[in-house]
Each structure stands twice: as C-alpha cells, then as structure tokens.
Design a protein around this ligand. Structure first.
Ligand code: ADP
Length: 383
C-alpha cells in the first residue's frame, strides 16, 4: 500500500475529527463514504448471524410467541413458541409471510420496519393471533404473537348464548303482553274469551318459569357453582319415582311407561342431579313419542352401571343426533316449543351426568331413540 493510497483516508479522518471538535461539516468524498457504508454493512451482517444469549434468554422468558425480524424482513431470532408457527418447526431465516401465510401480517411487518408500531389480529386457518409489532433500534422489529383462539371462541359462545336466551324469553313475554292487552281492551267483560286469554297467560308464565329455571341451572353448571354430593342411589327406586311423575302425561297420550331395572343396582351419584337427568330424558321421551312405550332399563357394565331411557318415537336423524346436546338445539323448533321444550333439557342432563363422573350418549333409529347414562357403581367405590 503506497502512502498516496492512504491520503484520502487520512484526509477524511482529519476532516471528521475537526467536525466532531466543533468544526464545519466534513466532506469525505465518494470513496470514503462508500467505505464507511461497506463497513457498516459488514457489521450488520455479522450481527445478523450472531445469536446473542441474553437476547435468546429474554425471548424464551416471554409468555407469547416472539421473534425479532431484521431489516431484510426475515426472522433473525425467535423463541420456541414462535418456531411452532412455522410448518417445519423452525422459523429463523424465514419471512413472517412464509411462517404464517398471512399477507396482512407481512404488510404490517413491512410498515413496522419503516418505523411505525402496530397491533393487529391475524386469522390463521386454525387459530387467531393477536400480534404486536414494535420497531427497535437498529431498524429491527420485535414481533409478539398471543394465541387468542380460545378467548375468541368463548366470547362468541357467550354472545350466541345471550342472543338465544333473549330470543327465547321474548316469545312468552310477548304472548303474555298480547293476552293482557286484549283482556284490558274489553275481553275481560266476555267471560268465555277472558278465560282463553288467562289460560294463555298462565301457560306462557309457566314456560317463562321453566326457561329461567333451566337458564339458572345451566349457568350454575357451566360456571361450576353446582355442588355435587354423591351418595348411593338405588336405580329401581329412582326409575319408579320418575315414571310416577310422568304417569298423567303418558296416560293422556295412551303411552305405556315401563321399568325394566333389576333390583340391587346401586349407583354412586348425586341423587337430586341423577333424578333430574332421568326426569329430563323421560320427559323428552313422553313429549316426542306419539304411540307405544317409554322404558327405563339398567344393567351393570364392567365397573360401571348403565341406565337407559328408550322410546318408540320418531327417532332422531344422525345429523341432528350429533347436535342435540347443544344448548337451544332443537330438531323441529316449532314442534319442540309447542311441546313445551326449552331446548336446554339435554344440555343440562349432559352437564349433570359429567359432573357425577358419568357420561350420556344417544342412539336412534326407526324403532325409536335410546339415551344411555353411564354411572359410577356404588359397589366399585367400596360402598
Ligand atoms: P327440548 O326442551 O326442546 O326438548 P332438549 O335439549 O331436551 O330440548 O332436546 C333437544 C332436542 O332433541 C329436542 O328439541 C328434540 O328435537 C330432540 N329430542 C330429544 N329427545 C328426543 C326423543 N326422545 N325423541 C325424539 N327427539 C328428541
């Protein structure tokens, strides 16, 4: 290297020193300016390939998926949670678009690399992420992604529930108001007509009472405020009690009620909850069966007991059968409402059965429908 070749560099160094000491702006010349940007570029590249342990420790400690996106738009480093977002399980070196396939996220990262912080929700095929993008010094971007799929689903379920419940409550309230207004408008003075409207009010008030009770039960069950207290329950006795309660309704329809429960089958269950489960099942069987019989059966199945409510009704088609335990789900909403149903009976029965450590399932065909309740056996509990 000749002394001449060093001259522009030496001159630039002198000029820069003078500027930093308060002198005028140093004109470095094009060669030296290029040299300085090459040196900077080399530093940045070196930095891009280095995994800083302190940075790694910080990212691993974050509760969210976290990544640092470098100036070239690629993930420089990330934590394990972020790696799981990538199809191959490794996100470093990929662009956020390659990792998530979300154009919206890719666009937001570009904007963040230009310096503006952003927050956005990204919908992936199977999950929803709440993403925060923060520009960092050195022109990089910190990407934090929180999985809000479950939160969103719970919020949607709550919204649906409130909408459904309001809709269900509105119908009887409107009917009561209509009947009361008709009475006040003159029907009170015509005894025959008055009786019809008072009967409507009575029927709809009963429906309201059933609905509010079911809603209360369901809300206590779903928020786990229902206290289950298990004790030995004799299934033959329980079947007799529940069938007796449905005697009058079955008699009116000409339905036979039968108990085919051997004596000596004792379940370990909450007596009140189990009675409600069987009551709801027999109630449905009687409601939806036009002719034939409703039978309660029970048998020991290994460690468990199985109680079945069988009817000779119209049956439930398979695509409905998969959904009947959902709250407010009805096969034929008009007919079910007419029959006095709230659409909550099976949802409550299912929660109650599960709360006692059991399970409830349904099978249906041309011969009718069978609901099976699996219960703990009292003898398997040692008592
Ligand atoms: P509902 O109060 O409307 O009876 P449920 O949750 O108890 O509500 O039942 C949900 C739906 O399942 C009912 O609306 C009815 O369409 C159907 N279903 C329940 N039990 C039977 C049955 N034994 N036979 C035929 N359909 C039934």
């Amino acid at each position: 290297m000749t002394p001449l070749a060093r001259t522009p560099v030496a001159a630039a160094v002198r000029a820069l020193r003078a500027e930093l000491n308060g002198g005028s702006h140093a004109d470095l010349g094009s060669e030296v300016t290029e040299l300085s940007s090459l040196l900077l570029e080399r530093e940045l590249r070196r930095f891009a390939t280095v995994r800083d342990p302190a940075e790694q420790e910080l990212l691993s400690g974050l509760p969210d998926s976290a990544a640092i996106v470098s100036k070239d738009g690629r993930v420089r480093t990330c934590n394990a949670a972020f790696d799981t977002l990538a199809a191959g399980g490794r996100a470093a070196g990929m662009t956020p678009l390659e990792v998530t396939r979300s154009a919206a996220l890719s666009e937001a990262v570009k904007r963040a690399l230009e310096g503006s912080a952003r927050r956005l929700e990204v919908e992936l095929p199977r999950r929803v992420l709440s993403v925060q993008l923060t520009p960092l010094l050195r022109g990089e971007v910190l990407l934090l992604a929180r999985d809000v799929t479950e939160e969103k689903r719970a919020a949607a379920t709550r919204r649906d529930f409130v909408a459904n419940a309001s809709h269900e409550l509105r119908t009887p309230v409107a009917a009561i108001r209509g009947a009361a207004e008709t009475l006040l408008g003159g029907a009170l003075d015509q005894p025959a007509a008055a009786r019809t409207f008072v009967e409507i009010i009575n029927r709809q008030a009963e429906r309201l009472a059933r609905l509010t009770q079911d809603l209360l039960d369901l809300s206590r069950l779903e928020s786990r405020q229902w206290r289950f207290e298990t004790a030995p329950v004799d299934l033959a006795g329980l079947a007799t009690t529940v069938l007796e309660l449905h005697g009058p309704a079955a008699l009116t329809k000409g339905l036979a009620l039968r108990s085919d429960v051997p004596s000596g089958l004792v379940a370990q269950a909450d007596p009140r909850a189990l009675e409600q489960v069987v009551f709801n099942l027999v109630d449905n069987a009687v409601k939806y069966t036009a002719t034939g019989a409703v039978t309660i059966e029970a048998a020991a199945r290994g460690e468990h007991l199985e109680l079945t409510v069988a009817d000779t009704g119209p049956g439930i088609e398979p695509h409905h059968l998969a959904r009947i335990f959902e709250r407010f789900y009805r096969v034929d909403s008009g007919r079910a409402r007419e029959a006095g149903g709230t659409g909550l009976g099976l949802a409550i029965a299912k929660h109650l059965a599960q709360g006692m450590g059991g399970e409830i399932t349904a099978a249906s065909g041309a011969a009718g429908t069978r609901f099976m309740v699996r219960l703990r056996s009292a003898s398997a509990q040692g008592g």
